[in-house]
Ligand binder design. Structure first.
Ligand SMILES: NC(=O)c1ccc[n+]([C@@H]2O[C@H](COP(=O)([O-])OP(=O)(O)OC[C@H]3O[C@@H](n4cnc5c(N)ncnc54)[C@H](O)[C@@H]3O)[C@@H](O)[C@H]2O)c1
Length: 255
């Protein structure tokens, strides 16, 4: 009985930015609980090989290549899902980029690009997914925030603003879409070992700072986000909405 709460058999999950990194790890977690997963990214060849690897591992996976900042492409992708009879039950807004520069040197275009990829995309894709979830009276939206959803750090202002926005977008979705049967929640990963952080991991000073600042004294592994993604995608979280939950080794809880 209790494991049924985490069973995703018969559900379809779209995970943006999922050919690698945290998106891929969450896709594998959801697929491991029975979901069919749709991998997304901009590089069709990379997506095809990720789908092939997941299929070879026994998972149900397909791909939808589109840029999360291209509204026309997003609409076309959802229209194609409709035409193919694919219902997105679970949306994970994961695609994101980082751009490090002090604000005094930051161009407006770079500010805007980070906001578009990390925040506006979650609204646009969320809206397209939720329109369809609403007709079925059920759906799960999981937005990927960050420690910077709550805390600022020098040199990453647009990312901080975008991830702070993700926290409040999640609440706005919960406020408007709860009555439609849709739960919206966010995950705030701590410092995780992915390509996004390659330069930081290889910087001994930063590596020491992360380990010193994190109560668990280590970086997170991508697969350590899977459990939260499964919980928020599954019936286990049917009365949980509007929350931002950190998976950060305790970092956001300490000074
Ligand atoms: N790694 C961390 O420590 C960490 C911490 C907190 C939050 N996050 C967030 O987790 C998410 C995943 O990060 P990651 O570490 O796996 O990064 P990553 O760089 O390894 O992966 C990001 C993915 O997003 C995709 N992507 C980027 N721009 C896109 C676009 N315009 N359209 C479609 N896909 C696009 C990339 O192709 C890639 O697959 C991001 O939202 C990131 O901000 C990461």
């Amino acid at each position: 009985m209790s494991m049924k709460l985490f069973d995703l058999t018969g559900r379809t999950a779209l995970i943006t930015g999922s050919s690698r990194g945290l998106g891929r790890a969450m896709a594998e977690g959801l697929a491991g609980c029975g979901a069919r997963v749709i991998l997304n990214g901009t590089n069709a060849a990379r997506l095809d090989s990720a789908v092939a690897e997941m299929t070879a591992a026994g998972y149900q996976a397909l791909s939808a290549a589109f840029d999360v900042t291209d509204e026309t492409a997003i609409r076309a992708a959802f229209e194609q899902f409709d035409a193919d009879g694919i219902e997105v039950d679970i949306l994970v807004n994961n695609a994101g980029i980082q751009f490090r520069k002090p604000m005094l040197e930051l161009d407006t275009a770079d500010w805007q690009r980070v906001i578009d990829v990390n925040l506006t995309s979650a609204f646009v894709i969320g809206r397209e997914a939720a329109k369809r979830m609403a007709t079925r009276g059920r759906g799960k939206v999981i937005n990927i925030g960050s420690l910077t959803s709550d805390l600022a750090r020098a040199t990453v202002a647009p990312y901080t603003v975008a991830k702070g926005g993700i926290k409040m977008l999640t609440k706005a979705m919960a406020a408007e879409w709860g009555e439609l049967g849709i739960q919206s929640n966010a995950i705030g990963p701590g410092y995780m070992l992915t390509d996004m952080n390659e330069a930081l991991v290889n910087d001994p000073k930063f590596d020491a700072w992360v380990k010193g600042r994190t109560p668990m004294r280590r970086w997170g592994a991508p697969e350590e986000l899977a459990g939260l993604a499964i919980f928020l995608a599954a019936d286990a979280s049917n009365y949980v909405s509007g929350q931002l939950i950190f998976a950060d080794g305790g970092m956001a809880s300490v000074l």
